[in-house]
Design a protein. Structure first.
Length: 158
């Protein structure tokens, strides 16, 4: 069994690494080979509760759950914090993307945070493209600096 501080470091490193995995997957897989699943996310039908795009939740949940189970079976080996980092990223994704940005649940709707305003703007810019080509802003938590500057200036004026 690893010391607690190593579990924490591995969990944090995995969480941060997942932003790169999410960016790569979003840009090259969701807007590429698996556009058939992601398309309805860009052409939203508000009458549907679930989208084909929601299958990506399962696709990302499998490695997280697998690493957690492998880690528990190995007396909390290094697999466990990797699974925990993936799972925490998934939870963050749900809260930020589904709840805050797309407002699927009625909370976390308003903020005066420049970061969250910039995050919402970057995602809005991503969604202005209804097709898989010419997209931008593929990450979830990493926001281009220009959106921070814009959000800060809006907040300073109000």
């Amino acid at each position: 069994m690893l010391p607690v501080y190593q579990h924490i470091l591995i969990t944090l490193a995995t969480f941060l690494f997942m932003e790169g995995v999410a960016w790569f997957t979003h840009k090259y897989i969701m807007h590429g080979l698996l556009w058939v699943l992601h398309r309805d996310h860009h052409q939203v039908d508000h009458t549907k509760i679930l989208q084909k795009n929601d299958w990506f939740f399962m696709i990302f949940a499998v490695p997280g759950a697998s690493f957690l189970m492998l880690g528990i079976n190995g007396n909390f080996s290094a697999f466990f914090p990797v699974g925990l980092g993936i799972t925490l990223y998934g939870l963050t994704y749900f809260l930020v993307h589904e709840v805050f940005i797309h407002r699927r649940l009625p909370f976390l709707r308003n903020t005066n945070s420049a970061y969250f305003r910039a995050l919402r703007k970057a995602h809005k810019v991503h969604h202005k493209h209804l097709h898989k080509e010419d997209g931008e802003c593929f990450g979830m938590l990493w926001v281009p600096l220009r959106y921070f500057k814009e959000a800060r200036s809006v907040l300073q004026k109000s």
